[in-house]
Design a protein. Sequence first.
Length: 146
Amino acid sequence: MGETWNKKERQKKKDKEKKEKAEKMRDRKENPGKTGLDDMMAYVDENGNISATPPDPKKRKEIKLEDIEIGVPEYVHSEEDQFRTGKITFFNHEKGFGFIKDLVSQESIFVHINNLPGPVNENDKVIFEVEKGPRGLSAVNVKMGE
């Protein structure tokens, strides 16, 4: 029984790879100075891109050791973390949700019945915090206003 076509093709491929490897080895032996450390060196420029040329020392930026933060940065309170005032513009008692209109930014913010202190009606003034929900901003810690 003879060799199949697939075996012949694999053998040809192996022979070709061996021949190419031998040629590369011969080229390296004939031209030893061609590939050296300088040819393999890569640099990172001031923008973080890899380049073959060394970076310009004039564009070097000094970074103070105390400016480097390792770990979680300190929490800074933003405007959204503070209490807001608003008015309930719509509330569906059957479905248990509604919307509060922020009196300062005029945003319409979703509110769920679980975040309310008790029964509410439209046009009631409330004080609330805002939290990012799965579908956008939602009101939490809602308290009845004056």
